[in-house]
Write a protein that binds this ligand. Structure first.
Ligand code: NAD
Ligand code: UDP
Length: 362
């Protein structure tokens, strides 16, 4: 596919009133608030994986800040409904493309989020996951090098594997199985980080690498397979809630609005702040505690059932966010209970819509 786009002048920054548009389903409260930037700061941003969960929130925030957005996605785990409300915006452009193939565009910055994030999704085609991480990073780094522009990489807490150090600081090198079912993702993301720093050192490319810890919120896919979406959807449908293992493993859950604020601060930081930098919520919960919170909040009659623990499932996860606090003045604001309420509300509306469609077509 020819991904080349026509060169277009950056549109002038519109007034707040003109840029404000009705929030769509899945629009979170903080993302609705508009941040003004001086007109000179408006940029043309390429967001790969822009139709996914995090990517769609990022596109929305960049548009609200007065930028143009080129959203690139192969729609493997992304969905049209995540960006439907942005399609009307003349500053938004959608390109269907796979990052494993080179892509050229007249953009001012690159945000590389393309990659399935849920274990069932990234394990479905592990070779393609590895290609997405490695060839995708190479292709986009080449574009950044040729254009002399800043590039952001969505890395992951999975680079720490099943960590022997707790909580995890950026200086910890991790404990990763190179040949297990999670390796295509974990090692792919580690190789991508290596490429980012090699391009930085060898070619002076301006890089920003963030290590994202488990993030949840509106626009996760109901069938995604990650724990928060699984538990909420199961609870709302009255199905069994599936805890893998005994539920004593821990995770730290960050609400999407907090994460996106961290992204923006990192991308706007000076060139010396390259990362890798942890962004996540240090609140740590067992998977069983999460299940109980979801049952209580939904008022569901679902039963909790136990299923085998997947291979190489990390036992614990909590970010050390001292660097983010110091370098970006960032820390999360939205506690798990509050974020869960917004996420449950989103899935409630989404599932109700799906049932209506099913009933109408039956
Ligand atoms: P997601 O699956 O909702 O979004 C990924 C998007 O990338 C989808 O729209 C998908 O269609 C697209 N994509 C996948 N492979 C592609 C390819 N080869 N070419 C073009 N597009 C492709 O996942 P998400 O939670 O939004 O994650 C976004 C990024 O953040 C990913 O890189 C992921 O590894 C990273 N991350 C997310 C989390 C989290 O908790 N959400 C945690 C750590 C890292
Ligand atoms: N998990 C679970 N039930 C589910 C889905 C996931 O108990 O229906 C567990 C999973 O085994 C892991 C934790 O929840 O211990 C977080 O899983 P997720 O896939 O969300 O993220 P990751 O393992 O990549 O952190």
């Amino acid at each position: 596919m020819n991904g080349n786009l026509p060169v277009s002048r950056l549109r002038p920054v519109l007034s707040v009133e003109k840029r404000r548009h009705e929030p769509a389903a899945g629009t979170s409260r903080a993302a609705e608030s508009l941040v003004l930037r001086p007109a000179a700061a408006a940029r043309r941003s390429l967001v790969t994986g822009g139709a996914g969960f995090l990517g769609s929130h990022l596109c929305q925030r960049l548009l609200a800040d007065g930028n143009e957005v080129v959203c690139l996605d192969n729609f493997s785990t992304g969905h049209q409904r995540n960006i439907a409300h942005l399609m009307r915006n003349p500053a938004f452009r959608l390109v269907r493309h796979d990052v494993i193939d080179p892509y050229a565009a007249e953009v001012d910055e690159i945000w590389n989020l393309a990659c399935p994030a849920s274990p069932p999704a990234y394990q479905a085609d592990p070779i393609h996951t590895m290609k997405t991480n490695v060839l995708g990073a190479l292709n986009l780094l080449e574009l950044a090098r040729q254009r002399g522009i800043r590039i952001f990489q969505a890395s992951t807490s999975e680079v720490y594997g099943d960590p022997a150090v707790h909580p995890q600081p950026e200086s910890y090198w991790g404990n990763v199985n190179p040949v297990g079912p999670r390796s295509c993702y974990d090692e792919g993301k580690r190789a991508a980080e290596t490429l980012f720093f090699d391009y930085h050192h060898q070619h002076g490319v301006d890089i920003k690498v963030v290590r994202i810890f488990n993030t949840y919120g509106p626009r996760m896919r109901p069938e995604d397979g990650r724990v928060v979406s699984n538990f909420i959807v199961q609870a709302l449908r009255g199905e069994d809630i599936t805890i893998y293992g005994d539920g004593s493993q821990t995770r730290s859950f960050c609400f999407v609005d907090d994460l996106i604020e961290g992204f923006i601060r990192l991308m706007n930081a000076g060139p010396d702040v390259t990362g890798p930098i942890n962004i996540g919520n240090p609140g740590e919960f067992t998977v069983r505690e999460l299940a109980e919170m979801v049952v209580a909040e939904t008022g569901s009659r679902s039963q909790i059932v136990y299923r085998p623990l997947p291979i190489d499932d990390p036992k614990q996860r909590r970010p050390d966010i001292s660097v983010a606090k110091r370098e970006l003045g960032w820390s999360p604001r939205i506690p798990l209970a509050q974020g869960l309420t917004q996420t449950i509300d989103y899935f409630d509306r989404l599932l109700a819509r799906e049932y209506r469609v099913l009933a109408e077509t039956a």
